[in-house]
Design a protein around this ligand. Structure first.
Ligand code: SAM
Length: 225
């Protein structure tokens, strides 16, 4: 059975999509989608040998060799032009790493219509990348599994402008204001306040002052939520 987190990512993949799942690890996501008859074809990309081999093994064991191609490759270089990939998923990594993968592989996105990302931390990097590179957010989801909170950001091509608060917390999530969303930002603000308080006792160097300033600004910004 797929985790709630990956099932949520899968729910944003459209029927009949040609998928590239980057950083696929065991290839659970493409295997699930093919078994569910939601898609017929997928590429599973992995840059590390161990996870790559486990993806190859899983795909074979599930009898999905004809449907899923596993490639040992860094980021979007797993995608070849003839694949006609129209959907990319990148899940289970930090936001900055996902943004770097998208930035470095921009020229591989020619036929891609939808990018579904699930950053574990710092989702803002992805929103910032989208705004600066001609992609817009078309949906977002936040969910909690085993005490951890995950965000999913779905992108399609198009112009977008987001303000600082939307970049930080997500324009759709901000609208929805779910309990999980409020819990996440309550937790974060409390943590920043705790750090800020501990800095009150530190010597007033330039570095400390900048850090305090940064934290106060974050607290003020997110406080609006
Ligand atoms: N996507 C799966 C999921 O969400 O359950 C696996 C997540 S796993 C924590 C992250 C995987 O991304 C690891 O297997 C890692 O080797 C792979 N990875 C990290 N950087 C990568 C890159 N630049 N290109 C391809 N894969 C990468």
């Amino acid at each position: 059975k797929l985790s709630d987190r990956l099932a949520a990512v899968a729910s944003f993949v459209e029927e009949g999509a040609v998928l590239a799942d980057i950083g696929s690890d065991h290839a659970y996501l493409p295997c699930y989608l093919v078994h569910a008859h939601k898609i017929e074809r997928a590429i599973a990309g992995e840059v590390v040998k161990g996870p790559f081999e486990s993806a190859v093994k899983n795909v074979k064991r599930e009898g999905l060799d004809d449907h899923i191609t596993v490639r040992l490759a860094n980021g979007l270089s797993a995608i070849k032009e003839h694949d006609q990939v129209d959907t990319v998923t990148i899940a289970g990594m930090g936001g900055p790493l996902i943004a770097t993968i998208l930035q470095e592989g921009k020229d591989k996105l020619f036929s891609v219509k939808r990018i579904i990302t699930q950053p574990n931390i710092h989702a803002s990097s992805i929103r910032q990348w989208a705004m600066e590179n001609g992609w817009k957010i078309v949906n977002e989801q936040i969910l909690k599994e085993d005490g951890k909170i995950y965000e999913i950001i779905v992108l399609e091509k198009g112009k977008s402008v987001y303000d600082d608060l939307e970049i930080a917390v997500g324009p759709f999530l901000l609208q929805q204001r779910s309990d999980t969303f409020l819990e996440k930002w309550n937790r974060e603000v409390l943590e920043w306040q705790r750090v800020l308080q501990s800095l009150e006792h530190a010597a007033e160097t330039e570095e400390i002052r900048l850090k305090k300033d940064h934290l106060s600004k974050r607290i003020q910004l997110i406080g609006k939520v």
